[in-house]
Design a protein around this ligand. Structure first.
Ligand code: MIC
Ligand code: SF4
Length: 641
């Protein structure tokens, strides 16, 4: 039988396991990336492993998230990451060099290689034919140490593209269309391969926009073939030698095939507060807009920015709108400046922010009270912008410009002719903001600098045979990691200070949770479907662990989060009968007994001591996961082995 692109790369990197969907497989990892908001913790974890030098082909530490330095914390973390990277053989991408996924695509991504990153949008690399996964920091630390990355062998989906996008309809609209079709749960357990004739009409940055937002589908990852278009992109980056062809076999089999005719798509918009709440832009026509943000790892490539500049040229934005533009990388910004396009952006009244995540993660530029914000980003979760009652919408750069110019949600096709913009034959290459690590000889003398914001790692607890504890929080469906462990400019600086961070745990759902959990000592959390969707932040597991959460019971879990729970020694269990969720009330006393035997049989009984009712819970752990839970998480397990 023929193979899909992903199956071929998996086969080339398989360390153990069988390539049967649902079975655990272990993969050799060629490259890793971290960003600063998850990186500090990942490198602290790496240091505990006592390995001198990373064992990957390439590891890069990016600084792109925590770039507002409103106190010493972020600057200290940057210094820590820079020195730890220098000592252990990791390249360091300085603040200002750009967003990890954009820079990695430009300068380091290689078709056919595996990449894991401590950021959920690492699948952006699928745009260049990499098999790239978002992962928790501990998994990235293990991969840097040469350990394998464990996943459940995914199903294979194919999106078959035909036709060609019409003017003002973009790769972002393709991402929103697939979200409309599949929803934020529709990609769970699957790798999405993009193929068909329509692929030939999409440039690498457009493909990367699509694989980036595959994360919002819950997909394990997304991937495009590596073809002549990939080769042209790599040539323009001065890296043609990194190119190799990659395609699925004609007789490859897929679990699901979805057809999209690009020529029928229209400009789309995701409404608050979920990326799959998709409507046509024309349906929201006339909605007043307060703020527009263009950038993020989804839409900050040079092509995106050149289009934006061309549409803004000679026009000024509506006085009632505030427009921010964050180019994805130093390469993008310097080419915008050299071409004069930056002046067109500035002359329009836009505010140019640094090459970083910025508003996407609430790192400044929060909207006004109850503000309507149109963003070219990938997530519009409640509260993520930093303004609790803002209404964030996700759109293409073209639709964003139309709103900035008119002050209202406007179909961008009303802007007139789309100026023709060609991909440059050569990008401006300047890697001076990537600092190389010390040689193995020099590394001994490198001092790792730790600031006072780095607090000791919280102690995890081994999962024993019984847990009896109160249900301290019951939440609904699609709870994101932004609900569990909010981010933003005020909280993100404390990513290496779990005790401080814990005050904000579940703040979006119930600000009284941290006090209640602490008072209970040990507790259990109950959630609905797709619990833990969104980011890869392991803090959404480490902080509940610190607050004494011993088990999370949900209707279903998101992939990265469930791995992070196990890594932190928290027991994730699912309802055998999803309706049993309704029978549990916050405050009930719950008991799980015979946990070890239950882990072997696949079912653990939950007793609601308050009501006297019992419910079966499913747990489908591999031997490795059972051992990890019994040891108290991945670090304790690794120390034992
Ligand atoms: C995000 O987009 O939510 C983040 C911030 O990039 C996270 C990582 C983090 O929380 O630091 C992600 O996507 O994994
Ligand atoms: Fe940064 Fe936003 Fe991309 Fe996350 S989604 S990596 S915060 S730009």
């Amino acid at each position: 039988m023929g193979m899909t692109i992903a199956q071929k790369i998996i086969q080339n990197h398989l360390v153990s396991g069988e390539m049967i969907p649902g079975h655990e497989i272990a993969l050799r990892i060629d490259q890793t990336l971290t960003q600063d908001a998850t990186g500090t913790m990942a490198y602290l974890e790496f240091e505990t492993m006592g390995i001198d030098r990373v064992r990957t082909e390439l590891s890069v530490a990016y600084i792109d998230h925590n770039t507002l330095q409103c106190g010493f914390e972020n600057a200290d973390d940057h210094r820590y990451i820079q020195t730890v990277a220098k000592k252990h053989g990791i390249r360091f991408s300085r603040p200002g060099n750009g967003i990890c996924h954009q820079v990695h695509l430009e300068r380091f991504g290689v078709p056919g290689k595996t990449l894991i990153g401590s950021d959920s949008h690492t699948p952006t690399g699928g745009g260049i034919g990499m098999l790239a996964f978002g992962a928790g920091g501990m998994d990235v630390a293990v991969a840097m140490g040469g350990g394998a990355y464990y996943i459940t062998m995914p199903k294979m989906f194919k999106v078959n593209l035909t036709g060609k996008l019409r003017p003002f309809v973009t790769a972002k609209d393709v991402s929103l269309e697939i979200l409309r079709i599949l929803s934020v749960k529709g990609g769970v357990g699957a790798i999405i391969e993009w193929g068909g004739e329509g692929v030939k009409t999409l440039s690498v940055p457009e493909r990367a926009t699509i694989t980036n937002m595959g994360t919002e589908l819950g997909a394990t990852t997304s991937i495009f073939p590596s073809d002549d278009i990939t080769r042209d992109f790599l040539r323009a980056e001065g890296r043609e030698a990194d190119w190799s062809a990659l395609a699925s076999d004609p007789d490859a089999e897929y679990d699901r095939v979805i057809d999209i005719d690009l020529s029928t798509l229209e400009p789309l918009i995701a409404c608050p507060h979920s990326p799959d709440n998709v409507k046509k832009v024309s349906e929201l026509k006339g909605t007043k807009v307060d703020q527009v943000c263009i950038g993020s790892c989804t839409n900050s490539s040079l092509m995106d920015m050149l289009k934006v500049a061309a549409l803004l040229k000679g026009r000024t934005i509506d006085p009632s709108v505030s427009l921010s533009i964050s180019p994805g990388s130093k390469q993008v910004l310097s080419m915008l400046a050299a071409s004069g396009a930056l002046n067109d952006i500035l002359a329009s009244g836009a505010r140019v922010l640094e090459c970083a995540c910025g508003p996407c993660i609430g790192m400044g530029f929060s909207p006004n009270s109850a503000g309507v914000s149109l963003r070219t980003f990938n997530r519009n979760f409640l509260g993520r912008s930093g303004t609790a009652d803002a209404g964030v919408h996700l759109v293409s750069p073209e639709t964003a410009v139309a709103a900035a110019l008119t002050g209202y949600v406007t179909d961008p096709r009303l802007l007139g002719e789309m100026p023709a913009i060609e991909m440059p034959e050569a990008f401006k290459i300047d890697d001076s903001a990537v600092i190389l690590p010390a040689s193995p000889d020099e590394a001994k003398d490198v001092q790792v600098v730790r600031g006072p914001n780095i607090k000791p790692f919280p102690q995890s607890r081994a999962v024993g045979d019984a847990i009896e504890a109160p249900l301290t929080l019951k939440v609904g469906d699609n709870i994101t990691t932004d609900h569990i462990m909010p981010a933003g400019a005020k909280i993100l600086p404390y990513r290496s200070n779990i005790p401080h961070l814990s005050q904000f745990c579940f703040g979006v759902c119930d600000a009284t949770f941290p006090e209640r959990a602490k008072a209970a000592g040990e507790s259990i959390v109950v959630g609905g479907g797709n619990y833990g969707q969104g980011s890869s932040r392991e803090h959404a597991a480490l902080v509940p662990m610190y607050l004494g959460v011993r088990a999370v019971i949900a209707k279903s879990f998101a992939r990265i989060h469930v791995a992070n729970l196990i890594n932190a020694g928290i027991l994730p269990l699912t309802f055998v009968n999803p309706d049993d969720y309704d029978a549990l009330t916050q405050g009930d006393r719950l008991a799980l007994r015979g946990i070890h035997a239950g882990m072997d049989s696949g079912t653990i009984t939950l007793e609601d001591v308050t009501t006297g009712k019992s419910f079966p819970l499913a747990c489908d752990f591999t031997e490795r996961q059972k051992e990890m839970l019994k040891a108290g998480g991945l670090l304790a397990y690794t120390a034992r082995h």
